[in-house]
Write a protein that binds this ligand. Sequence first.
Ligand code: SAM
Length: 259
Amino acid sequence: MKHIPRKRFGQNFLKDPAILDAIIDAISPEPEDILVEIGPGMGAMTERLLPYLKRMDAVELDRDLVALLQKKFKDRPLTIHQGDALTFDFQSLQSNPEQKIRIAGNLPYNISTPLLFHLMTFADIVQDQHFMLQKEVVERMAAEHGSKAYGRFSIMLQWRYDIDMLFTVPPTAFDPAPKVDSAIVRMIPKEPPAPCNPENLGKVVTQAFSQRRKIIRNTLAPLFSETALERYGIDPAKRPEQLTLEQFISLSNQLQETA
Ligand code: SAM
């Protein structure tokens, strides 16, 4: 069956067998896993994952691709959920509350940020996540304090996950080729995450990075006085990218206490 890639669904299909094998290796599927693939497309990853698994799920938005996949994998233990991964209830895949689910996919890049935040709401029931994303996005996800890529996105995700960039993938590995480099990222939920209210963390981080070049004595003034920052052991003359994840978490917890 011929499928014409749809740009609005972020369709760039993986065609490089060596890259596909490297992704499956990174995931290391086990027979009992509850593994869900987001955006299986024409099934390039799916067909390599299925032989390892007793069952598999996939969430795909494009109805034409769902029809194609249903035909292609007719007699295989694959359940395809036609729908939007941005609203999909991943908890519905869990048959036993003791067993966490695994999530993987070559994601549609145009929805990567909202999708990662939607998935964060399921982090408690997730064993790990392996995704292909735009390289620049993965760099921001995994960035450490002090680096240029470090910001709100890095902090919000690193509060909840350990994040590793595994390897990069050139545009030539896809059809059609995207305009950007890609990378594979592994995300493992922290167990447990540091106590913190993510809404407060979001408030502090957004405020701190509202003017990236300015020192936090100025940008954080609406939330913390200079003396308060000093009392919490944080140098008010620092710029936001110099503060560690732990310092942001500790500030957000102070906010909770003084709110
Ligand atoms: N996994 C395939 C591969 O590697 O060749 C396709 C990857 S392609 C980058 C992204 C896939 O996600 C497409 O199949 C697209 O139709 C699907 N998709 C786009 N938006 C989606 C959404 N909101 N929910 C679920 N799937 C979506």
